[in-house]
Structures are given as C-alpha cells and as structure tokens.
Design a binder for this molecule. Structure first.
Ligand code: ZN
Length: 322
C-alpha cells in the first residue's frame, strides 16, 4: 500500500462507480461486458522457471501519487531529487506497479496476494484478467498467501460479484496481521484517512477465517515456502523465500517498495510504514540477505515486473532490474 490518504477519496468514488459496474455486469453477463468496460491495458506476465516449478509475475495494474508525498522534510526531497535524476525516475510522480506472484507446481497453484479488486482504484484490479491470459482458473488456485492486508494486496479477495475470487483455496496469513486488522483497537484508533482501509480489511478477512491457516515467521508454510519476518510496514508483514533445488527467490511484498529510496536510503521513514523502526530494521536485514545470498527477488511495487536483485556501490545498496 502506498498512501493512506488516498483511500478516503477513492474508496467512496470507486464504491459508487463499482455499484453501477456490478449492476451492469449482473444484468448483461460479465464475460461480454468485461470487454465493454475495460479498466486499463493489461501488461504481459513474466515467468521465472525454478526446476519443476514456474513462478509467474502477473500485473494487477498500478497506483499513482505525487512524488512530494514521499518525504518528511524539504532536505530529503532535495536529496531524493538528485538520486531520482541519477536513476532516471520522475521527480513529479510515483506510479508503482502491482506485481502478483503465482507459483505453479505439479500439484499447487499458489497466489502471493490478490491485488486490489474492483473497489479500490480504476488503475488496478486486473488480476482476474491476468490469470485468464495465462489460462488459469481462479477456482483452481489451491493456496493464497498474504504478505499483509492493505487494500492493494487483499481487497481482490472478492470478485466483481462480492464472491471469493478463489473459492477453493486455503488462505495463509501471519496471525499477528489477521489479529491487527480485526482488533477493535485498530478500528478505534484509525484516523479519518485510514478508516476505509481498516473497514475494507474487516469486511473481507472474516470471509476466509474458516479456511485460514495462520503461520509464524520461520515456518515452512507450504513445501519450499519460508515465511520471512519483514514486520514494520504492518505488524505481521511477511516476505516469502521460495526454495526449489538450489534456486531461491524472495517475494518481498512491501518490505522494499521504492527502487531508489528503499535500497539507497533504507533508514529513511516511508510514508505508509506503520512502525518506522521495525520497517528500517527489516529493510536492512533483507538487503543484507538478498545481497549476501545473491538472491533474486520480486517486489510488489518495484518497476515493471519487479524482478531484480541487490548490488552494492560505494557503500550503498542498489536495485538492479532483471
Ligand atoms: Zn502495497
């Protein structure tokens, strides 16, 4: 998730727009009308073969916010402007993609997060089309593994008809994450800007509670899938190291969001991290592991398909796409 403040506006707007959209879809037939009301163009998926297993990176669309919202001081904004110029990034706008990983093995289809669904932003919610483009029926998905429960990761739990997108799946989430969103304290302590986000999680998570498997950091929650502690962005935020033979790939979630700041300035606060100290410690720990182990990674919001690795130059870590 990128900015809590945008939920207030977009949540209400999209709700109305989506009510109309759902009514139309119900009355005219989803498959036909889906072509009449396109959301945004679907970008093609990326695949990473790992022995008998294939990782697909699917696009759920993208988000956008002004770049000046990313900084807590004019000094940091100035410093970042120089870094962005060097990296060829816009200094006006930050428009990160939403990259969802699908693990396909002989007997499993595992989605890591479910995207935004149709009630969040009109630039997002493309996962169902992305699955269709690789001929995967959501009903065949065996497992859904959540990094955390922000809207761009879990609102896609419901399809256009408010039914579960993956009706046969077993769901996996860190117990702390589930409890955080369902806690009355979280609801009562929410400011106006984040209320829609909290309500969105609380409307959805109970729908999967009877088929939810809570995991802890360090668990192998599925064969070859290690839950890696990446708390800070949210209390139970988790990254996943996928191991197959000698290959390992880290599904980061939102532990490393920005291709410059998260890597070159990991100790700067990030606008939507709930606990800055934990998030900074997580970034440093992950960067060290990814660099030391030369591990490929998939960033939910890193550019294009978010596939890349970590290198080190002049004392700073750098993101390298590819
Ligand atoms: Zn996110």
């Amino acid at each position: 998730m990128i900015a809590a403040g945008i939920y207030k506006v977009t949540g209400e707007n999209m709700k109305h727009q989506n009510q109309q959209r759902r009514m139309l879809l119900k009355s005219m037939g989803g498959a036909v009308l889906a072509g009449v009301l396109p959301r945004v163009a679907f970008s093609s998926s990326r695949t990473i073969p790992m022995g008998e297993t294939i990782l697909h990176v699917l696009s759920d669309g993208y988000l956008s916010l002004p770049a000046n919202r990313l900084f807590d001081s004019p000094e940091r904004a100035d410093e970042a402007a120089v870094l962005f110029e060097q990296a060829g990034l816009s200094t006006e706008e930050f428009s990160p993609p939403l990259n969802i990983t699908l693990l396909q093995s002989e007997d499993k289809l595992v989605l890591f997060d479910l995207g935004s669904g149709s009630q969040f932003l009109d630039t997002a919610g493309l996962l169902p089309s992305a699955l269709e483009s690789i001929e995967v029926d959501p009903a065949d998905v065996t497992d859904v593994v959540f990094t955390h429960a922000h809207p761009d990761h879990c609102w896609g739990l419901l399809d256009d008809f408010d039914d579960l997108l993956c009706p046969e799946a077993t769901y996996h989430m860190h117990g702390k994450e589930f409890d955080h969103w369902m806690s009355e304290d979280t609801l009562n302590n929410s400011d106006e800007g984040s209320l829609a986000m909290v309500a969105g999680a609380r409307n959805r998570l109970p729908l999967i509670e009877d088929r939810l498997q809570r995991f802890n950091w360090g668990d192998e929650l599925l064969p070859g899938v290690e839950a890696v502690d990446s708390r800070g962005h949210t209390p139970g935020h988790t990254s996943f190291a996928i191991h197959q033979g000698n290959d390992s790939v880290m599904v980061l979630g939102d532990a490393l969001i920005h291709p410059v700041l998260s890597f070159q300035r990991p100790d700067w606060p990030w606008i939507t991290d709930q606990n800055t100290d934990d998030a900074v410690a997580t970034r440093k720990r992950l960067l060290d592991r990814l660099f030391t182990d030369k591990m490929q990674m998939i960033g939910y919001h890193l550019p294009e398909s978010g596939v890349g690795s970590v290198e080190q130059h002049e004392g700073n870590y750098h993101y390298v796409a590819g």
